[in-house]
Design a protein around this ligand. Structure first.
Ligand code: SF4
Ligand code: SF4
Length: 134
């Protein structure tokens, strides 16, 4: 009885999900994220994935996009560990239920790279000289 009574006045150990979501731990292996700006196209992620859930495709010079099959992914985060450039990260997102496998295919398109600045454009412009001053 003492145990029961003390539990009545204690804060609940659970949260009323889905109205309140508990924060995920920092190393949680949820849905993956891909940063095309960091990817060098080495395909180590593709090689090490145990379920063949990743395909890296070259779309332009030094530009790659990633195709993920989140229906095949087992969220082991091996690709995160294998990537030498930290281009793949696991997020805290876990609500991935879907009614079709097709909706779990996701392409992370490459972001267009900014053109490299020419030395002329990069150099600061000198202010025009004021003829009234010596
Ligand atoms: S988390 Fe595991 S299964 Fe999913 S894509 Fe990465 S390596 Fe493959
Ligand atoms: S391992 Fe990383 S850098 Fe290499 S292809 Fe995969 S995402 Fe790109």
């Amino acid at each position: 009885m003492r145990q029961v009574l003390s539990s009545v006045f204690r804060k609940p150990a659970t949260v009323p999900y889905p109205f309140v979501k508990a924060p995920m731990p920092a190393n949680f292996r949820g849905k993956l994220q891909f940063d095309s700006a960091k990817c060098i196209g080495c395909k180590l992620c593709e090689r090490d994935c145990p379920t063949g859930a990743i395909r890296i495709e070259k779309v332009a010079d030094k530009t790659f996009e990633a195709h993920f099959d989140f229906a095949s992914c087992i969220y082991c985060a091996q690709c995160v560990d294998s990537c030498p450039k930290k281009a793949i990260q696991a997020t805290g997102e876990f609500e991935l239920a879907a009614t079709s496998r097709q909706s779990l295919q996701q392409v992370f398109h490459a972001q267009p790279k900014a053109p490299a600045a020419t030395p002329q454009a990069a150099a600061p412009q000198a202010a025009p000289k004021d003829p009234s001053k010596p």
